[in-house]
Ligand binder design. Structure first.
Ligand code: WTA
Length: 651
């Protein structure tokens, strides 16, 4: 990917004049946020309602071995009251959520703030009735339906900690998260319609719960009304109870540092870890970034196409927009159903003003041709955003020209599950954008570029290295659920005194930032983050597999594909059937998003004499770049490399 912009795009006169933040304001606010973080965040924290004011803004230590992160620590608030109740007086009848179902033949819903309040209270009361209280964990395994948002807000209302598991994950992956967070309840739906097909979510939950503690309840939303198995001792029928439940439920007073949610995400080693976000700082950060990055103004219709199973759905479908009293669109389906114009039809139908999606969707739609876009009226669009992976200039230009008609600034937002909200992005009224660049740090963010091996800070411009952040911001994750040591080890041990992002970056001659991709064993498949170690451990769990190594390789649509090298147990023979079997095996262990793109039979894997797999070499072969393998002299058996090259899949 190129790191140099051939063309740049300054803010329009209109944006520069009317956006919340213009160039001068960005400079002043950014400077203030770095010079006096306490003063800056004290002021920003006033954008939410506190039940009890805080006396201390920030209490942070990034020292390895004693990492602690606290913001507004002695304040109290309720996140659901901030997202709903405080808007009732001024905007009770305003639409909070526009819900667009999978099928365009089904009617969209407009849920007002008043209706959102009633539904959230009902869900909260039902949860309380089945024994959920403050601090308890609730797993949400749901389609993209309004009840998913009610469930999140209902948990927040009663102080329960939600952990959403993407509905595309397998029963095994769901079970691991139920057990990992020691959850009391799984909230699910009968079926999840998506792209004209319906995933049997309840049946998946049944399979998962068969391996969990029998006390775990299963609450079921009837989405399609399709048949499901029922266990009276365990299952709770939300749709039946909702009719009778009270729509009044007082919000629990929560400490600013009480956990709001856990979200499992992949790392470079081991199984996914539970990222913990807390209440006060997270909400302040999600709300501020939502308003400023997307330049959201009262009355706008804002649409983020993510799923609530990912952090983007948490911060930028639910918490950020609702804290701001916005109208947020929630879409159940996929961009290509019934055809590749669906996104643009929805933009036209609901007069969407800000549209936020992933580069992988843009690339997929670009491949279908511009006629699907040109047939729709996109004149309501004011701003476009991208998230989740680097965007290549071709996709950026198509987004800009064909979707934005050259009139919409594009915010390329770089951030992570761990960061809670945007850390680097251009601001639409302030910055000249460059296709592919994340451009500027958000307020309060101090990016540093480090020399990868020594960890020395690289000053000046036109430099490249690993990306760390020098100080905390309110939206930062606080710990790994149940394993603070792993938190410190993962993010604070490699580069002492900094938060290590796992990404590489370049600061160009103008001082603007470009994300160059992960520097660890995390890959990004269609904007979904995946640990190669997870796929490896799924493969070696198959009885015919002796050893496996997994790497990413460049993929036109997905960004990265999954390339697996597999050594079979002695006596087992490679075959196309076995390849299909292994692919299905990984899908059932993790989920369809982890489906291997290529499986190469490897009689041996390149290892150092101490037995460490040389991934650098495997990556090169998968990238079809084996001309520059580098030094292979430290290999125990250099000849295995020749075999792997001769039999590579990615020609
Ligand atoms: C990558 C998603 C380039 C990056 C919000 C990061 C990006 C990982 C961008 C986090 C972007 C995210 N440009 N790369 N605009 N946004 N990434 O936790 O490698 O699912 O570390 O959070 O995605 O993925 P996660």
């Amino acid at each position: 990917m190129s790191n140099v912009a051939t063309q740049t795009y300054p803010p329009s006169d209109d944006m520069a004049a009317n956006a919340h933040v213009n160039a001068a304001k960005y400079d002043a606010m950014y400077h203030a946020s770095i010079a006096d973080p306490e003063g800056f965040w004290l002021e920003q924290a006033q954008r939410i309602d506190w039940m009890k004011p805080f006396t201390k803004v920030k209490d942070v230590d990034f020292t390895f071995g004693q990492v602690k992160i606290n913001w507004f620590a002695d304040g109290a608030l309720n996140v659901s009251a901030n997202c709903i109740d405080r808007h009732l007086e001024t905007r009770g009848d305003q639409t909070a959520i526009i819900w667009e179902p999978d099928s365009p033949d089904e009617e969209a819903q407009h849920i007002s703030y008043r209706a959102l309040h009633a539904q959230t209270c009902k869900m909260a009361n039902i949860l309380r009735d089945i024994g959920v209280g403050k601090g308890d964990r609730v797993i949400i395994y749901m389609p993209m339906i309004p009840e998913a948002a009610y469930a999140m807000l209902a948990c927040a209302r009663i102080g329960a900690i939600h952990s959403i598991v993407f509905a595309g994950f397998s029963p095994d992956a769901l079970a691991a998260r139920v057990q990992g967070s020691d959850a009391k309840v799984v909230i699910t739906a009968d079926y999840a319609p998506r792209g004209g097909k319906a995933t049997p979510l309840k049946a998946n939950a049944d399979k998962a719960l068969a391996g969990c503690d029998p006390s775990v309840k299963c609450m079921v939303v009837r989405r399609t009304g399709g048949d499901v198995a029922w266990n009276d001792a365990r299952d709770v029928d939300y749709t039946a109870l909702e009719k009778e439940a009270s729509d009044i439920c007082a919000p629990e007073e929560m400490n600013a540092e009480d956990p709001l949610f856990i979200l499992y995400t992949s790392g470079s080693t081991g199984q996914p870890k539970g990222v913990v976000h807390t209440s006060g700082g997270y909400l302040v950060y999600a709300a501020l970034t939502h308003e400023v990055t997307f330049d959201y103004h009262d009355g706008d219709v804002y649409w983020c196409t993510a799923d609530v199973g990912w952090v983007t759905g948490h911060s930028y479908i639910v918490y950020g927009p609702l804290a701001n009293g916005a109208t947020t669109l929630m879409f159940e389906g996929v961009p290509t159903y019934p055809d590749a114009s669906r996104f643009w039809q929805i933009c036209e139908k609901h007069k969407v003003n800000q549209f936020y999606t992933a580069p992988t969707a843009i690339r997929a739609l670009m491949g279908k041709g511009r006629a699907f876009v040109d047939g729709c009226d996109l004149s309501s669009l004011k701003l476009l955003g991208t998230v989740g992976e680097p965007i290549n200039p071709e996709a950026w230009n198509w987004y800009n020209d064909v979707v934005g008609k050259g009139n919409c600034p594009i915010v390329d937002t770089w951030w992570q599950t761990e960061t809670g909200g945007h850390l680097m992005t251009p601001l639409p009224g302030a910055h000249t954008t460059k296709p592919g660049a994340a451009m500027k740090p958000f307020f309060g963010i101090k990016p540093v570029v480090l020399e990868p091996t020594t960890g020395a800070e690289i000053e000046g411009n036109d430099v490249e290295g690993v990306l760390c952040i020098a100080d905390s911001w309110p939206g930062q994750m606080r710990t790994v659920w149940g394993d603070h040591e792993r938190f410190e080890q993962t993010y604070f041990s490699d580069y002492k005194g900094y938060y290590f992002t796992g990404d590489g970056c370049r600061r160009d001659a103008d001082g603007d930032y470009w994300i160059t991709g992960r520097v660890d064993d995390v890959i990004n498949v269609s904007g979904h983050r995946m640990g190669t170690a997870e796929v490896e451990s799924a493969l070696v769990a198959h009885p015919k597999v002796a050893e496996a190594a997994v790497v990413g390789f460049p993929h036109d649509i997905k960004g990265q594909g999954i390339y697996c090298y597999v050594s079979l147990m002695s006596g087992e023979n490679p075959s196309e059937d076995l390849r299909a079997e292994l692919r299905n095996w990984v899908r059932s262990e993790i989920g369809p998003i982890a489906s291997p793109d290529m499986i190469q039979w490897a009689p041996g894997l390149p290892k150092t004499r101490s037995g460490k797999i040389m991934r650098r070499i495997l990556r090169k072969i998968a990238e079809n770049d084996y001309g520059t393998l580098g030094d292979t002299s430290t290999l125990a058996e250099p000849e295995v490399v020749d075999d792997l090259i001769a039999n590579r899949m990615n020609r």
